[in-house]
Ligand binder design. Structure first.
Ligand SMILES: [Zn+2]
Length: 388
């Protein structure tokens, strides 16, 4: 890989700057010779959070702080692409084209309205150090992975978009990485993360590929359609809506793709499920509310998903002492199930450490986690009863 060191001024870089506000990205600079956001770059993030980051870029220029090294890739046709520095160049370009204001002596100024001509010239003449690299696609991509360790770290999906850039990623991004897509609001009930950081695309790919995202992206890289991806995604979302009539914040970020794979072929029980979820959400003994949905979908069998609140140590000790005392008086085992079990354990007195607390009246049948509903069972019997 060849590299060339070059100095550009802010003015040069921002010449002919075009910002596409629909796609939220800076497009061109250097009078058209520079593509600011090639396919594998992420959307512009510096305007988020009230533009704190883009203002920091202008602040650095005004104060004469260095902006860090910028990297371009020189394509075979001679066109330059930003490999690293897109966010900084877009900030500068947006400022120089009056897209946002910078505060001077407490007053906000668009660039062209800055009265101090010297300051304006100083901004325009600020020099940026650029390395221009030329090499094979693979070399550039590998190296792009390395330089992106700095700055806003790339998410795994952003990295994959870079590695498998092509028609498929471009199409997929127009649907799943588009903050103007009116469905994003609905999706964020079930998927956590940021649409611009590719978290929705990551979920869609994970679902359709059953966890084999890389293989899927590689196989479909040059596709001119994303129908399968889009359809599967919509299927999962509609399936969730067909099973649950109400939404909860605990639904966000659940492994919906896997749940769909396991349960979508059974007939939906929307009303029953909705009622069950409501009841369990209000149940003070359910510690893991996020487990409720899988528990309900699985026919309310696997209580481990709910992490039911257990008896505390003091309660267990009191019950153990009472049970053991009574058992010794009667000459039987202190595990009530051992008493009626095989000969060998009928009179066995278990140590506290070999016993577990059990709900006499099962929690799943409305039994509460209080001392009156607590009994100690030997490990074996506790396990057997717990599975029923
Ligand atoms: Zn027992």
């Amino acid at each position: 890989m060849k590299t060339e060191r070059k100095i550009y001024t802010v003015k040069e870089l921002c010449e002919g700057f075009v910002y596409n506000s629909l796609e939220e990205k800076g497009l061109y600079g250097l009078a058209g010779k520079l593509t600011i956001q090639p396919e594998y770059q992420r959307n512009y993030l510096y305007a988020e959070d009230n533009g704190k980051m883009e203002l920091a870029v202008i602040d650095s220029v005004v104060k004469g702080y260095p902006l860090g090294v910028i990297y371009f890739n020189k394509r075979k046709d001679g066109q330059l692409e930003v490999l690293d520095g897109q966010q900084r160049i877009t900030s500068l370009g947006r400022f120089c084209t009056d897209k946002f204001s910078y505060e001077i002596d407490g007053m906000p100024y668009k660039f062209s309205r800055i009265k101090d001509e010297k300051l304006r010239k100083r901004i325009e003449n600020t020099e940026l150090l650029v390395y221009i690299c030329e090499g094979s696609e693979m070399e550039i991509r590998k190296w792009f992975d390395i330089i992106n360790i700095v700055g806003i770290e790339l998410r795994e999906q952003e990295r994959l978009n870079a590695i498998y850039s092509g028609t498929f990623v471009t199409l997929a991004k127009t649907v799943f990485s588009n903050s103007r897509n009116s469905e994003v609001q609905k999706w964020s009930t079930y998927i956590s993360g940021n649409v611009k950081r590719q978290d929705f695309l990551a979920a869609a790919l994970d679902w359709v590929s059953h966890g084999h995202v890389k293989d899927y992206m590689e196989a479909h890289r040059d596709d001119y359609t994303i129908d399968e991806l889009h359809d599967h995604f919509n299927d999962v979302i509609s399936w969730i809506e067909s099973e649950f009539g109400k939404t909860y914040k605990e639904m966000c970020g659940l492994p919906w793709g896997k749940l769909y794979d396991r349960f979508h072929s059974q007939p939906p029980k929307k009303q029953e499920n909705t009622e069950a979820v409501e009841r369990l959400m209000d149940d003070p003994y359910v510690k893991n509310r996020r487990g409720i949905f899988e528990y309900v979908l699985g026919g309310q069998q696997d209580k481990r998903l709910l992490d039911i609140r257990i008896f505390d140590e003091a309660t267990k000790r009191i019950v153990y002492r009472r049970q053991t005392q009574e058992a010794k008086q009667q000459g039987v085992s202190n595990c009530p199930y051992c008493v009626i079990g095989p000969e060998a354990h009928r009179t066995k007195i278990w140590d506290m450490k070999d016993m577990d607390a059990d709900h006499v009246s099962a929690w799943s049948k409305g039994g509460v986690t209080s001392i009156d509903n607590c009994q100690m069972l030997c490990r074996t019997h506790n396990r057997i009863k717990g599975n029923k």
